[in-house]
Design a binder for this molecule. Structure first.
Ligand code: HEC
Ligand code: HEC
Ligand code: HEC
Ligand code: HEC
Ligand code: HEC
Ligand code: HEC
Ligand code: HEC
Ligand code: HEC
Ligand code: HEC
Ligand code: HEC
Ligand code: HEC
Length: 424
């Protein structure tokens, strides 16, 4: 209370001499929670008894006073740190927990010490040290306060609030301006950058340990898209990724790596399912890896309809699903013989067992798989070739006949002209 009594004098600028002996008791009421890892019980921020104003407020809450002692208004504003900034924040505790030796004024530089973030947040710091922001190739590392500031960190639950997400995303974009998500996209407004990239263990997406590495995408994207991720992790692609993301042979002969979420959907430039036409939406990716089935699909009724712009005709996912894709001989597969009628009935309400005998991937070159198409194709090819040959020969003979006729006519005319030449 002595300090409050002295306050007017400080305001007049006479403070320094009088105050140099004042011991500032800013540490009173400190709780001694230490954050060193998950094992420590967290401090319940909201349940702490209200703290008395810190003695530091006397000066650091008074911009006018600071102005008189700082080199510039800007500097005074930097020094203007009030208790209010900390109240309700993750650091709702006394200044002196972080700042030691500031009890006297002028602060004796040699006696003061500000604790580092690492000294209390060892586990987060360890994760950060292994990430891209601690190991920048050029320039300074991106430190804790570059993202968090120092005096206004939100509480753990506060990070999820929309306003905190926006603030943090803006932070990221101050340095990664070129990585803004396309406006209007589903992730652009309130999905935190950190939800996909992580906060401290950030690495480039193609580096081991990145949350966007193939093996981790199910978890990362699945934090918000649970059902899709659970289903993908059990289908042919997800299982393949999770049991060893290596290239393998697919039906049709190609050797490919199995797709993750971002293979089909892209990253920042997200491909949405409403762009589901086989040749532009997420299904377009299928064709890149399953070229043979892409070709046979393109020749099929559905393929031609989608190519002409139909959004109703089945694309790859229409029959195979998007995240529950299984080989045809698997009982759970949407294209297994047992499930095919149900699959076709999504669109062909009257589909029967004989209707589904239709081959979506009829291969005209494969006699064993598609005999009808094979022989029809052979017959049509024969018919076309035969027609071409007959008419070709006919045309050649006809042209020859025409040419010879012309020559004979011309000779006759010349002969006739020669026999009348003497009369001229
Ligand atoms: C009598 C007024 C006064 C009181 C009380 C006071 N400060 Fe200061 N403090 C100042 C002024 C003025 C400056 C800027 C000039 C300077 O650096 O010495 C300053 C500077 C600082 C700095 C910045 C040091 C630097 O070099 O960047 C810190 C940190 C600080 N004070 C913390 C505290 C804390 C913590 C308390 C409470 C325990 C406190 N101060 C109490 C007036 C005060
Ligand atoms: C969680 C720890 C923590 C708490 C609590 C804390 N500070 Fe700080 N403060 C810091 C760190 C870290 C810095 C940056 C030091 C540096 O840049 O060297 C800092 C910087 C400052 C500065 C200098 C600002 C500048 O731009 O140079 C002042 C003044 C200051 N703190 C005052 C306070 C006051 C007053 C309180 C209580 C109301 C307080 N701090 C509470 C950690 C803390
Ligand atoms: C004196 C120890 C100490 C220092 C130094 C310290 N913190 Fe904290 N920090 C804490 C405590 C205690 C909490 C509250 C933990 C809780 O409620 O679980 C906390 C909470 C946080 C939170 C909020 C998340 C949460 O768990 O509620 C963030 C973010 C944070 N600190 C970042 C920093 C940064 C950045 C620095 C350095 C500028 C720093 N801390 C320095 C002790 C410290
Ligand atoms: C690139 C920006 C960035 C940097 C650098 C950064 N953080 Fe964070 N930090 C975040 C984000 C974003 C969150 C919120 C994470 C969430 O919502 O899960 C967070 C959350 C936290 C939390 C609370 C949740 C948790 O994971 O325990 C603490 C404590 C914390 N950071 C401390 C630190 C410390 C200490 C450093 C420096 C070693 C640091 N941060 C560096 C962005 C950053
Ligand atoms: C203060 C500037 C700064 C802030 C703030 C910042 N970054 Fe970075 N970030 C960098 C720098 C510098 C690198 C390292 C680039 C390098 O090494 O070439 C980097 C690297 C990365 C990388 C790895 C990319 C690569 O090419 O290696 C990702 C991903 C990333 N940051 C995402 C984020 C996210 C998400 C946030 C916000 C939570 C964020 N950054 C905040 C400056 C920043
Ligand atoms: C839905 C998940 C998601 C969100 C949200 C997201 N990113 Fe990305 N980010 C990715 C993917 C996937 C890549 C790699 C492919 C690409 O570039 O599209 C990437 C690439 C990057 C890179 C280049 C480094 C690398 O890993 O290749 C940076 C930097 C980056 N993002 C920053 C940001 C920032 C900043 C935000 C927030 C404004 C953000 N990202 C939001 C998924 C996301
Ligand atoms: C923090 C939560 C979050 C994370 C993490 C996340 N998303 Fe999303 N995603 C959303 C939200 C919210 C929407 C918008 C939902 C809507 O429009 O129905 C969305 C929409 C989408 C859509 C469009 C859906 C539609 O019907 O148009 C796709 C595709 C998508 N996300 C893929 C991904 C992928 C791939 C990843 C991982 C790289 C990912 N998401 C990570 C929250 C998230
Ligand atoms: C093999 C390509 C492929 C992969 C891998 C893939 N998707 Fe999809 N995804 C699609 C297609 C195609 C659609 C459109 C489905 C439709 O139209 O019925 C879709 C639709 C979506 C939708 C919106 C509709 C819905 O079902 O909610 C979301 C969200 C989504 N995918 C997220 C993801 C996530 C997250 C992953 C990874 C766990 C993932 N996708 C993996 C191709 C894929
Ligand atoms: C990045 C390449 C890639 C993409 C894109 C892709 N696949 Fe696959 N697909 C594979 C691989 C690799 C396997 C084999 C998995 C295994 O053997 O475990 C496979 C397996 C399958 C199977 C099981 C039968 C077989 O050939 O082994 C079907 C059916 C299938 N994919 C359909 C699709 C559909 C439909 C799409 C688009 C929605 C698609 N795929 C997108 C690579 C891909
Ligand atoms: C996503 C919806 C969808 C699914 C699933 C689907 N089709 Fe179709 N199919 C269509 C549409 C739309 C047409 C074009 C109808 C029209 O406009 O004439 C079509 C046309 C056809 C035709 C030629 C015209 C006709 O109506 O007879 C056959 C044959 C056919 N589909 C068979 C199948 C079989 C077999 C399945 C299951 C393996 C199947 N379709 C699954 C939407 C679908
Ligand atoms: C009208 C439904 C339908 C459409 C559309 C469709 N398929 Fe199929 N697909 C099937 C059926 C039925 C089978 C099983 C019979 C067969 O192999 O011909 C199959 C088989 C496959 C197989 C081999 C599965 C195995 O177990 O060996 C792959 C790979 C495949 N399709 C990929 C695709 C791709 C890629 C597309 C889009 C370009 C596509 N399909 C479009 C119905 C469809």
């Amino acid at each position: 209370m002595i300090l409050r009594w002295r306050r007017p004098r400080i305001g007049r600028g006479a403070g320094p001499l009088l105050l140099c002996a004042v011991l500032v008791a800013g540490g009173a009421g400190a709780t001694s929670a230490q954050v060193t890892g998950g094992a420590q019980a967290p401090v319940e921020v909201g349940t702490r008894a209200p703290r008395p104003a810190s003695s530091c407020q006397l000066c650091h809450g008074e911009l006018e006073f600071l102005r008189q002692h700082a080199s510039s208004l800007e500097r005074a504003e930097e020094l203007n740190i009030s208790d209010r900034a900390l109240r309700g924040s993750g650091h709702d505790f006394p200044c002196t927990r972080c700042h030691a030796g500031f009890g006297t004024f002028p602060h004796a530089t040699a006696a003061t010490e500000t604790r580092t973030c690492a000294s209390c947040h060892a586990d987060v710091t360890a994760r950060w040290q292994a990430g891209a922001h601690a190991q920048v190739e050029r320039g300074k590392p991106v430190g804790c306060s570059d993202c968090h500031d120092v005096h206004t960190v939100p509480t753990r639950s506060g990070f999820r609030a929309a306003s905190a997400v926006q603030t943090m995303n803006r932070r990221c974009l101050e340095c990664h301006e070129t990585r803004r998500l396309p406006a209007g996209g589903p992730h652009a407004s309130d999905v935190p950058c950190a939800a996909c990239h992580g906060a401290h263990d950030i690495r480039a997406h193609d580096q081991a340990g990145s949350r966007l590495s193939p093996a981790d995408q199910g978890k990362t994207c699945g934090a918000c898209h649970q059902e899709v991720a659970a289903s993908w992790s059990r289908d042919a692609h997800g299982r393949a990724v999770l049991t060893g993301d290596v290239a393998r042979e697919v039906s049709g002969g190609a050797v490919e790596r199995p797709p993750t979420c971002t293979t089909c959907h892209g990253g920042h430039a997200l491909v949405r399912p409403e762009e589901a036409a086989a040749d532009s939406g997420p299904g377009a990716a299928c064709i890149g890896c399953h070229a043979k089935y892409g070709d046979t699909f393109a020749d099929s009724y559905h393929g031609q309809a989608t190519r002409l712009g139909s959004r109703r005709a089945a694309g790859c996912a229409g029959c195979h699903t998007a995240h529950n894709i299984l080989p045809a001989d698997s009982a759970r597969s949407s294209v297994s013989s047992a499930n095919l009628v149900t699959t076709c009935r999504q669109c062909h309400k009257e589909a029967t067992a004989s209707f589904v005998a239709f081959q979506p991937h009829a291969d005209v070159h494969d006699r064993a798989k598609s005999p009808l198409s094979y022989w029809t194709y052979k017959f049509m090819t024969f018919l076309l070739a035969g027609t071409m040959i007959v008419f070709g020969v006919h045309t050649v003979l006809w042209l020859a006949r025409l040419g010879i006729g012309r020559i004979v006519e011309a000779r006759k005319a010349a002969r006739a002209a020669g026999s009348h030449g003497g009369d001229a």
